[in-house]
Design a protein around this ligand. Structure first.
Ligand code: AGP
Length: 608
């Protein structure tokens, strides 16, 4: 999604803006631009494609300035092009960058065109800069102009605004799209994500919905939506700066796959002590778990798959009915809330627009409590939820979610155990489950040792156009996640099916050109799955099976078997996800795609 960086300093802010944009590249984008206020007045530069192209253009232009705003664009209205890239200008002194969608832009555009404004782009964003210009023409100062214009905008947005007529400050707004203020010494900044500003500060103020910030070198003033000046708390970033670096790895995705043992250890740290730890999961509010009669899980993408695994666990272990739904569907349909339902959102970023909207709608319904399972403590989702269970994976930069998924599963497993214990799971069974969880980092470490074998296997997939992923029980969502990983980074069409469903349609697709990947742990459904694999073999399909060492499956013509470590049933979905991540990674590398920033995708999906 779009990313914003803004800075004001005594020094030239161009390097801060470029470094900030580079650190936002992971969010996904198609063009980049910046506006600088310097001795030459307002200079704007834009390029289609990578930030590196913008950096090159900046070098050539030699532009400098003590105030600037910059942007990476992920196209919504208007194709990816230099003409549609931000900042947008009105006159030669005013520039605006925008993240989000202005839903009423058509009506505003007609109005502005009727008033004589000519549009230079196809974007919804350009209306904002002209509306502010109109206010300035009528005598408002920059702050008042922006405060007035936001009352006319419908939709979700974050804005950065500079004017060459007021070079001592710039204005930023947050309304539905994330924006954080960074505090420096004699200089201040804004960005869509605090990661963008870590090279220059570790002190942040998280704007609340509707906040307008007036950012000067020595001060930052904040105004709530009603215009009243407000104070917001200052937070210090606690993670390690290097978490957002690639280190020795070729891609962030690979680094994040290999970080999983450590990330899981952090997720579980201090939470495996036993019944007492679980009873304190949410402080005094943990007692509420005793009353839960139903669980509603809402999430998108990979996080939805984590929820789909949790559903099996919740019903089997806690004996509570559970529904899982993607946020974009849930938020727009009428639904019945069963009595005493726990509402759970799952999100890596905590900024996913659909998930946030579902939470906001749910706060008006009669849920027992709202709980966010999330990786970013400072995110909107965590701040707006009554309860939070943090996954502690550390920053995830690769667009394809890996460590966020496995840590979500580990956190959800803890939640399920707390719920089951509150509803009567005995101490002995609980200790056994916790003991299994303690083994998790080691088992994931063992699964990572399959990397070389999987790299070789990936060669079989490079030329393929379609693949099928099969699993049964908790392995069905694992197959869904495996298919999502492969399609998003290698651009190979991949579909997941519960293996028992194969004969009801997808079997028609199976031939020698369509590899079928299956996950075959040693569980109650193994024999059933083996029969499903025979159905594939009998139609000439090529099977690639990740199987337990004791599953009695061996290599044979048309079937490659990769031996997995033996894993307790409770951990199967987590450990078996790892080889599927590695498979998609190596296939994507062989196909030469942009692994960390796959085409058309964004890391943090902050628009609908
Ligand atoms: C998966 O690899 C994707 N990055 C995507 O499906 C992601 O899980 C989804 O957009 C939800 O994001 P969230 O967890 O930050 O809410």
């Amino acid at each position: 999604m779009c990313g914003i960086v803004g800075a004001i300093a005594e020094r030239n802010v161009a390097p801060i803006l470029i470094a900030g944009l580079q650190r936002l590249e992971y969010r996904g984008y198609d063009s980049a631009g910046l506006a600088l206020l310097g001795s030459a007045g307002l200079v704007r530069l834009r390029r289609e494609g990578k930030v590196a192209a913008l950096e090159q253009a900046l070098k050539q232009a030699g532009a400098q300035g003590g105030v600037g705003i910059a942007h990476t664009r992920w196209a919504t209205h208007g194709v990816p092009s230099e003409r549609n890239a931000h900042p947008h200008l009105s006159g030669d002194a005013l520039a605006v960058v925008h993240n989000g969608i202005i839903e009423n832009y058509q009506a505003l555009r007609f109005e502005l065109e009727a008033g004589g404004y000519a549009f230079a782009s196809d974007t919804d964003s350009e209306v904002v800069v002209h509306l502010i210009h109109q206010q300035l023409q009528q005598g408002a100062d920059l702050l008042a102009a922006v405060q007035h214009v936001v009352t006319r905008l419908e939709g979700a947005y974050a804005l950065g605004v500079v004017s060459a007529d007021e070079p001592q400050r710039f204005i930023a707004v947050r309304s539905g799209s994330p924006l954080v203020v960074g505090l420096g010494i004699g200089e201040n900044y804004v960005a869509s994500d605090q990661l963008a500003l870590l090279p220059v500060t570790n002190r942040f103020v998280f704007l609340q919905e509707g906040d307008v910030a007036e950012v000067r070198r020595e001060s930052v003033r904040l105004f709530a939506a009603d215009g009243a000046e407000v104070q917001r708390p200052v937070h210090e970033f606690e993670g390690a700066h290097e978490d957002a670096e690639k280190g020795e790895y070729r891609h962030f995705m690979l680094k994040e796959i290999f970080e999983q043992p450590l990330a899981l250890q952090r997720t579980l740290e201090g939470r495996l002590g036993g019944a007492e730890d679980l009873a304190q999961m949410f402080g005094e509010r943990t007692a509420m778990l005793r009353d839960v009669q139903c669980v509603q899980i809402i999430a998108c993408g990979t996080s939805y798959h984590a929820g789909a695994v949790a559903r099996y666990w919740i019903e089997a272990l806690a004996g509570v009915p559970c529904q899982v739904e993607v946020a974009s569907e849930f938020r727009y349909r009428a639904h019945v809330v069963p009595e005493k339902t726990l509402f759970v959102t799952i999100s890596q970023s905590g900024e996913t627009a659909d998930t946030l909207a579902a939470l906001r709608a749910a706060t008006h319904a009669h849920y027992l409590a709202h709980l966010a399972v999330c990786n970013v403590p400072s995110s909107s989702l965590v701040r707006e939820s009554e309860l939070a269970l943090l996954t502690r994976a550390g920053p995830e930069i690769g667009v394809a979610s890996t460590k966020a998924f496995t840590t979500q599963l580990a956190a959800l497993r803890l939640l399920v155990l707390a719920l089951a214990h509150a509803r009567g799971l005995g101490e002995a069974a609980l200790s056994q489950h916790l003991e299994e969880l303690r083994q998790l980092p080691n088992l994931v470490e063992k699964a990572l040792q399959m990397d070389a074998a999987i790299q070789t296997l990936a060669e079989d997939f490079v030329e393929k156009q379609h693949t099928l992923f099969l699993g049964r029980g908790t392995q069905y969502p694992v197959a869904m996640e495996g298919a999502l990983k492969l399609k998003e980074i290698s651009y190979i069409h991949a579909e997941a099916y519960p293996a028992g469903e194969l004969k009801h349609g997808p079997l028609a697709l199976v031939d020698k050109d369509m590899p079928v990947v299956a996950v075959a742990p040693r569980d109650d459904l193994l024999e059933k799955l083996k029969s499903n694999l025979q159905e594939v073999r009998a139609r000439g399909g090529e099977l690639y099976v990740f199987a337990d060492q004791q599953a009695e499956l061996q290599d044979e013509a048309g079937m490659r078997v990769l031996a997995m470590p033996t894993v307790p049933e409770s951990l199967i979905p987590i450990v078996y996800s790892v080889p599927l991540q590695l498979l998609s990674y190596h296939v994507a590398v062989l196909r030469g795609t942009d692994v960390d920033q796959p085409r058309n995708l964004a890391k943090s999906v902050t628009v609908e």
